[in-house]
Design a protein around this ligand. Sequence first.
Ligand code: NI
Length: 150
Amino acid sequence: MAKRNIVKLGDEMLSKVSRPVEKFDGRLHQLLDDMKETMYAADGCGLAAVQVGILRRVCVVDTGDGPIELVNPVIKGKSGHQEEAEGCLSLPGVSGVTDRPMRVIVEAQDRYGNTIIVKGEGLKARALCHEIDHLNGILFTSHVIRNCEE
Ligand code: NI
């Protein structure tokens, strides 16, 4: 495994739409391993492939119950609302309160191409929405409804 550099705000890469993964090969597995290492090293709870310069629909999330690898993820259902502080490894020092669904159901593929269903509530729902947004070139700042409390 190897840690990769995180793309930062100002890089036009972050506003691009990522392409679907078609090959579930060793290269994808290496990418996922590197993304997890990069996420943990940066003390983040999620990372999208575009953030390490790869425009593929891949992200990793770990909100405390272990790593989840998501390939070609799609939000299938959402309910409720939450307003919580949010940040991004690509926007160091930037934070804001976002409006996100409280619960989401995501359909994705694992690293072997098998279909998986991931349910998230609270922080996990927020992280899933945040990372899937990255795959569509959307940053959390577009969901900010107010500044964080001082
Ligand atoms: Ni982010």
